[in-house]
Ligand binder design. Sequence first.
Ligand code: SF4
Length: 380
Amino acid sequence: MLIPVLTAYEKEHISERQTLPERYLGLSDEEMARRIAAAKATLGRRLVILGHHYQRDEVFAFADYTGDSFKLARQVGRHPEAEFIVFCGVHFMAESADVLSAPDQQVILPDLAAGCSMADMAEPEQLEMCWAELEQMGVIGGASRVIPVTYINSAAAIKAFCGEHGGVVCTSSNAVATLRWAWERGERILFLPDQHLGRNTAFKVGVPLDEMVVWDPNEIWGGLEPDTVKRARIILWKGHCSVHARFTVRQIENIRQQHPGVRVIVHPEVPWDVVQAADDSGSTEYIIKQVTESPAGSIWAIGTEIHLVNRLARQLEPDRTVFSLDQFGCLCSTMFRVSPNHLLWVLEGLVAGDVHNRIVVPDDRKRWTKVALDRMLSIQ
Ligand code: SF4
């Protein structure tokens, strides 16, 4: 299980960490569903609820819009009438929503402990240090440009750094187009925080593995020699998703033996060898599309978070067989933190005029974070 740990950034800005009152514990599923629906109806168009695919069903059911990070980020700007955006997802998603929303809109994360272990692997101070060391190594400077690209699964301060240094935010939906965009503007990319998405995407567009290096933020000069970095086309930050890193080639071999004819599709946050052994890979939206549009009788093993897999399985049975590539299922425990109890608490708070767990990105970070996010939204 992942233990949610607040980053230095979060500790700095969450001054009043509000926790679930006791009266919201021990409620029956029926009572919570009834009261959530009632609060939603009372708030009407003042409220929009966004739900990520990895959310549990009892929460997902109340989302006005569902999707991956990219799709949900797009929804933010489409609802200027909503006073409150309740983001059923994790901290970095709510931060992005706050940056993309209008000044009079308030973004709420039902449980502030819903973080992301991958996002926590890139601290702003580490990125500043990395950039300074790349300058010392002669990788940045003169005619040599490095474009910083951060996956949306990162803190706003990381996104702001990328925006200010000519870079961009990407998602798994537009990663290929984003890398092409970046290479048109500089000879090298610094990709963070997910080394796997960076490696899988760069390989997909034809960059060989020996033109990629991994930067370890806990080592001097990333643990690399200057000449090695200068030969690379992409510098991959040493970060990963603890959930997707659990998928293995061995699992794929076993599944193929047990289910002849199975198709294996994985998210690009899984390691490179797993993508190579699978039949296909792509964002959660891509996975849903491929599986949903497959012919009746298809059998799918999916390498991503278990809630998405189980939901697809229920929707598509009995025409198609869908199951997780990992027999125990891979659960994102921080996504799971957003419970119906938390959702009920924040919604009833809004009805009563109390805003709990608002996410606010400081103004000095907003400007460049927005630049990086707007560039992301413009790249398809
Ligand atoms: S699945 Fe991985 S990358 Fe996504 S929120 Fe959970 S820990 Fe973060």
